[in-house]
Design a protein around this ligand. Structure first.
Ligand code: FAD
Length: 500
């Protein structure tokens, strides 16, 4: 191999995490190459977004206008046939005290278009985007990662060197091992998903027609995402012990799940499943709930699904991907500018990222624990009181990480108590909404008053405010002894050094 090409940063993977980090680093004038093994547009699951991605990160990236022009379905929130009520109830962003306002909506996106918008945007911002370039291994030296070996579109092996490598290669990438940690799989979210696409289907009544619908049934739950008038994404989330059944008959398992779930069955009616083209196959995903024990090591950072993912319920994946892309970019921009040490900058990255992962983990666990009419294996296994203590302990260690200040969460007993009370709060709040499909702000704020929900909203709100307002007022540190975002939101600053 010839002498390696040199860059400031190599980003591996062109999904939302990689495009976000690459763009925000290139914006500061650094030399960034992004290596993506596919040619875009390429298929990906994860179609239902949250407002912080749309109005926070995508605005920072300068991609919000293009997103608006793409004609994605507007999502006001989620509709849930979940818990004790036979009727669906809503979780509307507009009714959150934190998120209400003109930006209290998100989009349902076909990921081929969404990811392509972000990748082309990265190239326009100066990122050297190289598709059909698969990273094969990390190069190390002197106790740090110093580059990667990839195969270029002609199949030739090439070495690239950089001060830092960002692994954004999703759940299938293997580069994360170079950070030296292990991937811990959750025993609580022991789910797998089987999903396909339908040529239309009914919609919830306006103004909620664009909402994601999540509907529980005895053996799991279904998502129903209105992507376009003629395209609906439908997926069943089942216990992982269904793997053999699904392997034997994917289509039959999806159809049977739909048949068992009245509200989705009725919405679909006799709508045909699409059987040709990109949307024509029934796909399966499993083993997707995990977190790595290390999110960074000298010379390498893990973001998005390369670092962690929880579960499809509540659409957190792309948020965690773009949020971690933003955090990594702040850290790398600060280190490359010589303003902070790697330890200080990435300590902040890891602490904030684990904190966000932890609040969502707790929220989603509480969501699964909400009272269901069904007393079946699927729902019994997802009672937080049935959470294994070693799973909790492993989670506590993960949350604490190597450098986080989240010590209050460490310890299986305190976690068990915390998860149980969050779940009781959430169930109570939903029951007090009357469980009706109501727009009544008064009743809905019950839901947003639950501390576990407020926790989930708070950092998303800050990201969104910053996207909307541009340079934001000084923020308080999120972590004890931690850093704050710089005025332009693209680097870190010591709290007392941040401009007023
Ligand atoms: P990806 O989007 O996976 O991008 C990684 C990229 O890296 C890919 O383009 C890949 O080709 C490339 N790559 C991989 N290996 C290499 C290599 N060696 N060299 C170069 N490139 C490489 N999230 C939501 O927000 N909303 C949802 O509704 C939702 N539903 C989901 C349903 C299911 C069943 C599952 C499993 C997940 C769901 N998610 C959802 C999560 C979402 O799919 C992910 O969190 C999100 O795609 C992560 O983005 P990413 O950029 O980290 O990774």
């Amino acid at each position: 191999m010839s002498a390696p090409e040199e860059f400031d940063v190599i980003v591996v993977g062109g999904g939302p995490a990689g495009s976000t980090a690459a763009t925000l680093i290139a914006d500061q004038g650094h030399r960034v190459v992004l290596l993506e093994k596919e040619r875009f547009p390429r298929y990906q699951i994860g179609e239902s977004l949250l407002p912080a991605t749309v109005h926070g990160v995508c605005r920072l990236l300068g991609a919000d206008e293009e997103m608006r022009a793409a004609g994605f379905t507007t999502k006001r929130g989620g509709s849930f046939r979940w818990g004790t009520s036979p009727d669906p109830w809503n979780f509307l962003f507009a009714l959150s005290p934190e998120l209400s306002g003109p930006t209290s909506y998100a989009y349902q996106v076909d990921r081929m278009t969404f990811d392509d918008i972000l990748l082309r945007n990265a190239a326009r911002h100066g990122v050297d985007v190289r598709e059909e370039s698969s990273v094969l291994e990390a190069v190390t030296g002197g106790g740090r990662v110093t580059g990667v070996v990839c195969s270029d579109p002609s199949g030739t092996r090439r070495e690239l060197a950089a001060a830092h490598v960002v692994d954004a290669s999703g759940s299938t990438g293997r580069l994360h091992a170079a950070a030296g940690g292990i991937r811990h799989y959750s025993d609580f979210f022991q789910n797998l998903a089987v999903f396909g696409y339908f040529a239309g289907g009914g919609r919830m009544p306006e103004p909620d027609a664009g909402n994601i619908l999540c509907a529980a049934f005895d053996e799991g739950w279904l998502w129903y995402i209105p992507l376009r008038d003629d395209l609906t994404s439908v997926g069943a989330v089942l216990n992982r012990d269904q793997a053999a059944r699904i392997q034997a008959d994917r289509e039959g398992t999806l159809r049977e799940s739909i048949r068992r779930c009245g509200i989705v069955r009725d919405l679909l009616g006799d709508t045909e499943r699409i059987t040709e083209g990109t949307y024509g196959s029934v796909r399966v995903r499993r083993d997707y709930s995990y977190a790595n024990t290390r999110f960074w090591a000298p010379g390498i950072t893990l973001i998005g699904d390369a670092a962690c993912f929880i579960d499809p319920v509540f659409s957190t994946g792309v948020h965690l991907a773009t949020y971690s892309g933003l955090l990594a970019a702040r850290s790398l921009n600060s280190v490359l500018a010589g303003e902070l040490s790697e330890e200080r900058a990435f300590g902040e990255f890891e602490g904030r990222y684990r904190r966000e992962y932890a609040v969502f983990y707790e929220f989603l666990a509480a969501f699964y624990d909400m009272r269901q009419r069904e007393e079946t294996y699927f729902w019994k296994a997802r009672k937080v009181t049935n959470m294994q203590s070693d799973d909790m302990q492993a989670f506590a260690t993960l949350v604490a990480g190597a450098s986080s200040a989240e010590t209050a969460l460490v310890g299986a007993d305190s976690l068990a108590h915390r998860f149980s009370s969050s779940s009781a709060e959430l169930t109570g709040a939903v029951e007090r909404t009357g469980a009706a499909r109501t727009d009544s702000g008064e009743r809905m704020t019950e839901l947003f008053r639950a501390p576990v929900v407020a926790d989930v909203m708070s950092e998303m709100n800050r990201i969104q405010q910053r996207g909307v307002a541009g340079a934001a007022a000084t923020e308080a540190p999120l972590l004890d002894g931690g850093l704050v975002p710089s005025a332009d939101g693209r680097r870190w600053a010591e709290p007392d050094a941040a401009p007023a």
